[in-house]
Design a protein around this ligand. Structure first.
Ligand code: PFF
Length: 449
C-alpha cells in the first residue's frame, strides 16, 4: 500500500525546516561547551574547517539521495542499486540510522527537559512561586522525568500533524525569533566586565592545539551532530524537496545558517562564562578544566541573569524559551526518521507511528535518567562522536559509488540546468567518493594515535 508523501510547500519552508533541524541544542549547548572544553578558538577554527570540508559534502550526499529516492532512509538506501548485496547493506545502514536517530532523541529529550525546567523556573520566579521555582532548578529524577515527558509530548504532537501543518509551519515561525533573541542577549553580555577576556579566548586561536587528536574528533562529531548528519534526517528532508530546487544552493544556505548560529551562540556563551567568573562563579578547577561540561550553560547563565537584577528574570525566560524552541525544531526532525520509516514500511497511520516511536524513545530517555552516570555521556559519545561520522561515510559512499553518475547528474540538473559546467559538479562527485571517506577515516585514525 503506498502512502501519499508530504512535500515542503516552498523553498523558504524547506530552508526553515532544515535549518530548524540543524540549529538546536547542538549549536547553543553543544558547540559552546565543546569550545570551552577544547581550548577556545582553536576548536572554533577546526570546527569551521571540518564543517566546510566534510559536513557540507556529506549533507549534499544525504539531500541528493533523499530527493532521488523520494522515500524514508531504509527504502532509499536499499533502492539505489539492484545488486542484492548492496541493497541489503543499504537497508542495514538505513536501520542503523533509524536506531541512531532514536538514541540521539532520547538524550536530547533529557537536555531539552532541562531547558523547559529552567524556563518554568523563570516563570515561577516572576509569579513569586519560590518553592516551585527552586525545585525546577534542583537536579532530581522526578524533575528530569517531568521535563522529558513534556518535551516528548510536544515533539510528538508536532510530528503527528505531518509535513506542512507541523514541521514547516513551526520551523518557519520559530527560527527568526531565535535569531533576534540571541543578538539581543549578546548586546547585553558585551557590556559586562569580563566579557572581553572571553571574546579573546573565543577568537584568538592557539595554533599549537589544532591537531590535538581529542580536539579533532570532538570537532568532527560536533560538525556532524550540528548539521543533523549521519542518521537520515537530512535524507528525509531532501525527499520532501521539490524536484525543481537547486540542491547545492539550498544545502549551502542551511550550512551557513547553522554555522552562523553556532558562532553567534559561542559569542554569547563564552564571554558569558568569563562574566560569570568575574563575578565569582567558579568555572574551572585548579587544573584549568571545566568543572561541569554538560551542565556548563546551566551554571554560567543563571549567574549572569541574576546579576542583571529584575530584567534578568525576563531575560532568563527569553533565553530558555529560545533554547526550548531550538530543541523542538531539531527533535521533530529526529522523530521524523523512525516515523516516516514506519509509515512507509507498515500500515500504521502517522499518528500511531508517532505515538509508538515517540514513546519508545521516551522509554530510553527514562532508562538514561535512572542510570544517568553510567549512560548519559556514554550515549552521547557513542552516537555523536563515533556513529554519526561513520554513517556519514556510508552516505558518501552510497552517493558516490552506488548512485550512478548519470542518475546523480540528472537529479542535480532538474534544479539547475547548467550544473554540468559548475564548480560543484567538477569537484563534488569525486570528492564525496574518495576524499570525504578518507578524511573522516584519517580523523578517526589520528584520534586513536
Ligand atoms: N542538529 C541538531 C542540533 O544541533 O541540536 C541535533 C540533531 C538533529 C542531530 C537531528 C541529529 C538529527 F538527526
Amino acid at each position: 500500500m503506498s502512502t501519499p508523501r508530504g512535500q515542503f510547500s516552498s523553498r523558504f519552508g524547506f530552508i526553515m525546516a532544515a535549518a530548524g533541524s540543524a540549529v538546536g541544542l547542538g549549536n547553543v549547548w553543544g558547540f559552546p561547551t565543546q569550545t570551552a572544553s577544547n581550548g577556545g578558538a582553536a576548536f572554533v577554527l577546526v570546527y569551521f574547517v571540518l564543517a566546510f570540508l566534510l559536513a557540507y559534502p556529506a549533507l549534499m550526499a544525504e539531500l541528493i539521495i533523499g530527493r532521488h529516492a523520494r522515500a524514508n532512509v531504509v527504502t532509499a538506501l536499499g533502492s539505489l542499486s539492484s545488486n542484492p548485496i548492496t541493497s541489503f547493506i543499504g537497508k542495514g545502514v538505513g536501520y542503523y540510522g533509524v536506531i541512531l536517530a532514536g538514541l540521539i532523541l532520547s538524550f536530547y529529550t533529557i537536555v531539552a527537559g532541562w531547558m523547559l525546567s529552567h524556563l518554568g523556573h523563570g516563570i515561577a520566579n516572576v509569579a513569586g512561586m519560590t518553592t516551585v521555582s527552586q525545585w525546577l532548578i534542583t537536579s532530581s529524577i522526578t524533575r528530569d522525568l517531568m521535563g522529558s515527558v513534556i518535551f516528548a509530548g510536544l515533539t510528538m504532537s508536532i510530528i503527528a500533524s505531518g509535513i506542512e501543518g507541523g514541521i514547516e509551519k513551526w520551523s518557519s515561525r520559530l527560527m527568526p525569533i531565535l535569531m533576534v533573541l540571541l543578538v539581543l542577549l549578546i548586546a547585553y553580555v558585551f557590556t559586562q566586565p569580563g566579557a572581553m577576556t572571553g571574546l579573546k579566548v573565543y577568537l584568538l586561536p592557539d595554533l599549537s592545539q589544532v591537531l590535538k587528536p581529542s580536539l579533532l574528533i570532538s570537532a568532527l562529531g560536533q560538525a556532524f551532530f550540528s548539521l543533523s548528519l549521519g542518521v537520515g534526517t537530512m535524507l528525509i528532508y531532501g525527499s520532501y524537496v521539490d524536484k525543481n530546487e537547486n540542491l547545492p544552493k539550498l544545502g549551502a544556505i542551511v550550512t551557513c545558517v547553522d554555522l552562523a548560529i553556532a558562532f553567534t551562540a559561542g559569542l554569547l556563551i563564552i564571554p558569558a562564562m568569563y562574566v560569570a567568573q568575574h563575578s565569582g562563579t567558579v568555572i574551572f578547577n585548579e587544573a584549568g578544566e571545566l568543572i561541569t561540561e554538560t551542565g556548563l550553560i546551566f551554571q554560567v547563565l543563571p549567574s549572569l541573569f541574576t546579576a542583571m537584577g529584575n530584567t534578568g528574570l525576563w531575560v532568563a525566560i527569553a533565553f530558555f524559551a529560545l533554547m526550548s524552541i531550538a530543541a523542538v525544531t531539531s527533535s521533530i526532525s529526529m522523530l521524523e526518521v523512525p516515523v516516516s520509516t514506519a509509515v512507509e514500511k507498515t500500515r500504521l497511520s502517522r499518528l500511531a507511528a508517532t505515538l509508538i516511536m515517540g514513546s519508545a524513545c521516551l522509554a530510553i530517555s527514562v532508562l538514561i535518567i535512572f542510570n544517568f552516570d553510567l549512560l548519559f555521556v556514554f550515549v552521547i559519545d557513542l552516537t555523536t562522536k563515533y556513529s554519526e561520522p561513520l554513517l556519514g561515510i556510508m552516505f558518501c559512499i552510497f552517493a558516490g559509488w552506488i548512485l550512478q553518475r548519470n542518475a546523480l547528474l540528472q537529479e542535480l540538473k532538474q534544479g539547475n540546468a547548467a550544473i554540468e559546467s559548475s564548480l560543484f559538479w567538477k569537484i563534488w562527485p569525486w570528492y564525496v567518493r574518495v576524499v570525504c571517506p578518507l578524511l573522516i577515516v584519517a580523523t578517526f585514525a589520528q584520534s586513536l594515535s
